[in-house]
Design a protein around this ligand. Structure first.
Ligand SMILES: [Zn+2]
Length: 109
């Protein structure tokens, strides 16, 4: 199996392409490169019943995002306004940036 290259970074806007949140767009909150998982704002929400605590005597339902596989999402290109295939491009100063394969727009600002 080929190792997945991850072009996703924190703060990216990504679109979910597989699963129950398919089609939704959210902001990346966390990237776990070891586990190939990312946490996205308002995506893959699970409800948990919390036990009563000192602060919250009633207990109740807490909604919480759970990480999903990064292969289940694509980075959004702000110019195409659609999910983009991403490639790395080397700049004249030697730095690398991520660019949208389709329109060539840099995704890093
Ligand atoms: Zn684009």
């Amino acid at each position: 199996m080929m190792a997945d290259k991850c072009y996703i970074k924190k703060e990216d806007k990504v679109k979910v392409i597989v699963g129950k949140d398919k089609g939704k767009i959210g902001k990346v909150l966390k990237v776990n490169r070891k586990k190939s998982r990312i946490l996205i704002e308002k995506i893959n929400i699970v409800k948990r019943h919390s036990k009563p605590t000192q602060q919250n005597r009633q207990g109740g339902i807490v909604e919480k995002e759970m990480p999903i596989q990064w292969s289940n999402v694509m980075v959004m290109c702000g110019k195409c306004v659609s999910p983009a295939r991403v490639k790395m491009q080397r700049l004249e100063d030697g730095n690398k940036v991520r660019v949208c394969v389709k329109c060539g727009e840099a995704l890093d600002t």
